[in-house]
Design a protein around this ligand. Structure first.
Ligand SMILES: [Zn+2]
Length: 172
C-alpha cells in the first residue's frame, strides 16, 4: 500500500472521462488500497482514480477520514441512477488546492456500483455523502467542481487556475 501523488488541475487525467473497469482483479484491489492510503494521508473525504493519474472508474469515500472504517466506501464503475432535489454547500478538491466553491448538487442520490468482490452495491445518500458521491463520480466523468459553477464564476476561477497550472504553483 502506498501513497501516490495527487495530480492537479490541468492534468489530462482530470479533464477527460475515465474508462470502466472490465475485470476486478488484484491490480484493482491494490489500486483501491493506494487510493485509500492517499485519501487518508491528504487528508480528504473522497478520492477518484483519475486524481492519481489512473484513468479508471474507481472511487473511495470516507466521511470520517479513517476514524470509523465502517464508513469507508470503495466503489468500482459507480453511477448515479436516481437523484432528486437540490443542495448547495462549499466544496473543495484535493486536485484544486486552495479553492472552494458552492456547486449545485442533488439533495439525494441513489448510486450503484460494484464492490471489490464484484457484487452490486447500491447506496442512497443525502447531505454530505450525496455531495461526495456526486463530486467523485464527476471526477471519473472528467469533471471538476469548477465545471459546475455558473459561467461567470467558472470563467474567473478557471483563468486563475490555468495561471497556477502553468506555473505549477500549488502551495497554499
Ligand atoms: Zn475532487
Amino acid at each position: 500500500m502506498s501513497i501516490r501523488p495527487i495530480v492537479k488541475y490541468g492534468h489530462p487525467a482530470l479533464h477527460s472521462p475515465s474508462a470502466p473497469v472490465t475485470r476486478i482483479d488484484r491490480e484493482i484491489a491494490a489500486l483501491v488500497d493506494d487510493m485509500v492510503a492517499t485519501m487518508y494521508a491528504a487528508p480528504g473525504i473522497g478520492l477518484a482514480a483519475p486524481q492519481i493519474a489512473v484513468p479508471l472508474r474507481v472511487i473511495v469515500i470516507d466521511l470520517s477520514v479513517g476514524e470509523d472504517r465502517g464508513q469507508l466506501i470503495k466503489l468500482v464503475n459507480p453511477e448515479i441512477v436516481e437523484k432528486e432535489g437540490e443542495q448547495r454547500h462549499e466544496e473543495g478538491c484535493l486536485s484544486v488546492p486552495g479553492y472552494g466553491a458552492t456547486p449545485l448538487r442533488p439533495a439525494r442520490v441513489t448510486v450503484r456500483g460494484l464492490d471489490l468482490e464484484g457484487n452490486e452495491r447500491v447506496y442512497t445518500a443525502t447531505e454530505l455523502l450525496a455531495r461526495a458521491f456526486c463530486h467523485e463520480i464527476d471526477h471519473v466523468d472528467g469533471l471538476l467542481f469548477v465545471d459546475r459553477l455558473s459561467p461567470l464564476k467558472r470563467d474567473l476561477l478557471k483563468r486563475k487556475l490555468r495561471k497556477r497550472a502553468r506555473n505549477d504553483d500549488w502551495e497554499e
